[in-house]
Design a protein around this ligand. Structure first.
Ligand code: G
Ligand code: G
Ligand code: MN
Ligand code: NA
Length: 254
């Protein structure tokens, strides 16, 4: 079967799983949230990366039902963690450009929130600069609907696209996620340190939170802390892990 048909089957047969990568508050060192990252556990092929199947889902339209499934599962899981009495978490969901423009993401978020009881202000949606640059007025209207629901918006892979912060300010955005490409070579690359520091300072001056991705070393974390970066994600804390492992990480710090 073509990957498209196999992906449709995987979705209905429960072969897609959500992994969660912790997001850490840099000032307190505590896990305050997680990014949900979908995985395909194929009985024959094993683990298939979203880097392989999300593009197929986008082109074929499977991204519609797949995106709805992710949104619903994340809100249901978030509500389970709340009911278990674990610390409040902000959960982030990725939206690919075609998904953002061709599916009703605001309606999808609204029903996932209503169905689960998960609070809107604990849901964060990640979009790339590319998704916002395409048909910007339409994008702005969708973001305004999401903002009215109380959902938070993050710009993913920030610094790799073409938008300026001035352009981004036209959208109701809450968080900038510094692309991991700027973090990787800290402290070896003076340029990357200057770029990261500039994103943090400009983000803060515009009233945005800043999260650094791909943090792998204590030195990188120390640099980000010194610059006042708000949150980080990366192997230094944890890889993306299944629900049970993420719950264990939360319980270990409770
Ligand atoms: O987890 P990993 O680093 O392998 O993810 C690879 C890519 O897949 C990333 O760009 C990530 O944003 C994307 N991705 C992961 N989960 C989802 C999802 O649920 N929806 C969408 N649209 N993209 C996802
Ligand atoms: O495009 P997006 O930023 O949503 O995807 C994040 C990707 O980065 C995921 O595939 C995740 O597995 C990967 N990732 C997360 N933390 C680290 C890290 O510390 N180092 C590296 N090299 N990759 C990471
Ligand atoms: Mn992301
Ligand atoms: Na990213």
């Amino acid at each position: 079967l073509a990957m498209e048909s196999r992906l449709r089957l995987a979705l209905t047969q429960g072969h897609l799983k959500l992994y969660f990568q912790p997001q850490v508050d840099i000032a307190s060192g505590r896990i305050v949230g997680a990014e949900a990252l979908v995985r395909w556990l194929d009985p024959h092929e094993g683990l298939i990366s979203p880097a392989r199947f999300i593009p197929v889902a986008e082109v074929s339209g499977v991204i519609g039902p797949l995106g709805e499934w992710v949104m619903r599962e994340v809100c249901l899981q978030g509500q389970r963690w709340r009911e278990a009495g674990l610390p409040e978490l902000t959960l982030a969901v990725n939206l690919s450009p075609r998904q953002f423009h061709l599916t009703d993401v605001a309606g999808c978020a609204a029903s996932a929130l209503a169905e689960s009881g998960f609070p809107a202000h604990r849901l964060e949606l990640e979009l790339t600069e590319t998704a916002l640059a395409e048909r910007p007025e339409e994008a702005r209207q969708v973001l305004l609907r999401l903002q009215a629901l109380g959902v938070r918006m993050a710009v993913d892979d920030f610094g790799t696209g073409y938008s300026s912060l001035a352009h981004l300010k036209r959208f109701p955005i809450d968080v900038l996620k510094i692309d991991q490409g700027f973090i990787r070579d800290i402290p070896r690359s003076g340029d990357d340190m200057a770029i990261s520091a500039a994103i943090i300072a400009m983000g803060h001056s515009l009233g945005l939170q800043v999260l650094a991705e791909g943090v792998e070393t204590q030195e990188q974390l120390a640099f980000l802390r010194e610059r006042g970066c708000d949150r980080y994600q990366g192997y230094l804390c944890s890889r993306p892990v299944p629900v049970a492992e993420f719950t264990a990480l939360l319980q270990a710090q409770a």
